[in-house]
Ligand binder design. Structure first.
Ligand code: AMP
Length: 181
């Protein structure tokens, strides 16, 4: 678990932007964490310590901010990184999972050969934030559909007033570093 000093350092480095991208939303801006070398290192060292004994095979990150933390962690753990992208971005054969939005639906995709044919590859999923959990739920399903086994889903931030985290708990372990009331 994150100790209170590290939690304070990471929390203080994330900026709230009110009414972005639309009125009423408080957008959690992680760019101010990324350009703060000490806070970024505090976060990544915490993640490294948590996951170094998990015997993972791959880290999968969700488009786009999950790529930043996921690929940095993959390098620290000497693991391969797999991007889960928004529909239509990946160039080779893909598997796709759609999820509901407030109006309509969207989809995320993974390369069908992302885990290089390794059966039951142990995969950690990572993203910056879980809100309704729609994107993460589709991502977990995609990993499991492409012969991987999603052993945990990790989020830096979780919006506790939405039920996204409960949704993911039904599919895999979930680890949220900082809950937002
Ligand atoms: P959801 O599918 O509702 O859980 O939304 C999660 C995705 O939307 C993540 O990739 C987040 O980066 C992004 N997101 C949702 N709400 C916010 C927010 N308040 N601040 C920053 N990013 C958000």
């Amino acid at each position: 678990m994150l100790n209170s000093k590290d939690k304070e350092i990471i929390t203080a480095a994330i900026r709230d932007i009110h009414d972005f991208p639309e009125p009423g939303i408080v957008f959690k801006d992680i760019t101010t964490l990324l350009n703060d070398a000490d806070a970024y290192a505090t976060l990544m060292e915490h993640l490294y310590k948590r996951y170094c004994d998990y015997n993972l095979d791959y880290i999968a990150g969700i488009d786009a901010r999950g790529f930043i933390f996921g690929s940095a962690l993959a390098q620290m753990l000497h693991l391969g990184f797999v991007p889960i992208r928004k529909k239509g971005k990946l160039p080779h054969h893909t598997l796709s999972e759609s999820y509901d939005l407030e109006y309509g639906s969207d989809a995320v995709e993974i390369h069908a050969d992302a885990f290089r044919g390794k059966k039951n590859a142990k995969v950690l999923l990572i993203d910056d934030l879980i809100a309704t959990g729609g994107t993460a739920e589709a991502a977990v399903r995609l990993i499991n559909k492409s012969q991987g086994e999603c052993v945990e889903a990790c989020f830096i931030l979780g919006l506790d007033f939405l039920d996204g985290q409960k949704k993911i708990q039904q599919l895999t372990n979930i680890y949220t570093l900082i809950g937002i009331d």
